[in-house]
Design a protein around this ligand. Structure first.
Ligand SMILES: [Mg+2]
Length: 399
């Protein structure tokens, strides 16, 4: 079998990838929703993989891995990896999890990040109560939630003098703020988190996405202050989302000194860049995103290596779309017992269920997703239904 073409179209701001073969089998991949600018990055990889056998996933990956980097520049390579697994599974008529060693669980736990924009919540204790109530009422019966807060949120702008640094009111995404927190800002942040957790009670888990932007001693003070809340984790306080480096030494100034679990890793590309983080126990939990780290096999390797070191795994995935969701389920079924839950890709419009087949609507029940047995990743485009969402320049995507 040979790859004969690689196409990339943008649907609702998400680049989707189509790899076709000389045997008529098609593989699908998807890049995070707000990254249409990666379309040309996918297309420039085409000449590197056409003519290769897609079932030799690692052999193909060795040709293109060098073309990736930390978030967002590993996404094209990663999404191609998922499309290759999709083809490899379909060629044998088996789900991808079988090719990764088989499943160790029939249902995979997923957690839901709650966004400020979903209910117009502000960063006050009263709004954090509403946020928690909103999460508990969501379809899917999620049992774990994550709140963007502190430097990972508008709290920096909304709360006066949150930190000792300039506030960039018109700042572009991502997070431009960093610095020592004021005493009032710190106390306000703690009050907000306490309000959310007291509303959720002990039957629901709460994680925080809080940075980057903390100085290490503030990160430690924050993690220690929240110890009685039994949080799932605090994420990316020092480095993380869109930061093109890791700095494990700074995390080591925090993690050993608090019982609140410390989490990072969504921006990291490739297993090598987890090495120091894992080997030196710089964090308690790692959170690679299969759509940024280099693919699902890369993520599985990191999960196994983390497990050897007593480090837990909670993969990132909020914007990975419906094809990314399918990939998270397949790899999630195979991960060792250090898996906590993967982040549910909540950020896609319902119409994706109408232009694809595989999911019978929103698949989460009691916070879990049943692992499907369909071949490949288990999800297919319905070209007749999807065509109307293509831009004019992508009109031949399904041809
Ligand atoms: Mg995050």
């Amino acid at each position: 079998m040979k790859i004969i073409d690689v196409k990339c179209a943008v649907i609702a701001s998400a680049p989707v990838i189509r790899i076709t073969t000389d045997e008529g089998i098609t593989g699908w991949g998807q890049i995070e929703t707000p990254k249409p600018y990666l379309q040309p990055i996918v297309l420039q990889l085409k000449s590197w993989i056409v003519g290769q056998d897609p079932r030799d996933v690692e052999r193909v990956m060795k040709r293109i891995r060098v073309r990736g980097g930390f978030k967002p520049w590993g996404a094209a390579v990663s999404a191609i990896e998922m499309a290759l697994w999709d083809i490899a599974g379909k060629a044998l008529g088996v789900p991808v999890y079988r090719l990764l060693g088989g499943k160790v669980r029939d249902k995979v736990r997923t957690y839901r990040t709650l966004y400020q924009a979903e209910l117009g919540a502000l960063h006050t204790p009263e709004d954090y109560v509403k946020w928690a109530e909103y999460g508990m009422a969501l379809e899917g019966g999620f049992t774990m939630f994550k709140l963007p807060t502190a430097f990972h949120s508008a709290m920096v702008r909304d709360f006066p003098d949150f930190h000792y640094g300039e506030v960039q009111h018109e700042a572009p995404f991502p997070y431009p703020h960093k610095g020592l927190m004021s005493e009032n800002g710190f106390n306000h942040l703690v009050d907000c988190v306490v309000a959310a957790k007291e509303t959720l009670g002990s039957n629901y888990g709460l994680a925080l996405d809080a940075g980057p932007g903390f100085l290490p001693h503030d990160a430690l003070r924050f993690a220690k202050a929240l110890e009685p809340l039994h949080l799932l984790w605090i994420e990316d306080m020092i480095t993380g989302d869109y930061v093109p480096f890791v700095n494990p030494d700074l995390y080591r100034e925090v993690t050993p000194y608090t019982t609140t679990p410390i989490h990072t890793g969504e921006q990291i590309y490739l297993r090598q860049n987890y090495k120091a983080l894992i080997e030196t126990h710089a964090v308690d939990i790692v959170g690679p995103d299969p759509c940024d780290v280099g693919g699902i096999a890369e993520l599985k390797w990191i999960a196994e290596y983390a497990d050897l070191h007593g480090i837990a795994m909670a993969p990132h995935g909020t914007a990975n779309g419906i094809f990314g969701l399918a990939a998270l389920i397949q790899v999630g079924a195979t991960l060792p017992d250090n898996l906590i839950a993967f982040e549910y890709p909540a950020r896609f419009e319902p119409f994706w269920y109408e232009i694809t087949e595989g999911f019978d609507g929103m698949p989460v029940k009691d916070g879990l997703i049943e692992v499907p047995d369909r071949p490949g990743m288990g999800i297919e485009f319905i070209p007749e239904a999807a065509k109307k969402y293509l831009a004019e320049e992508d009109a031949d995507f399904f041809d």
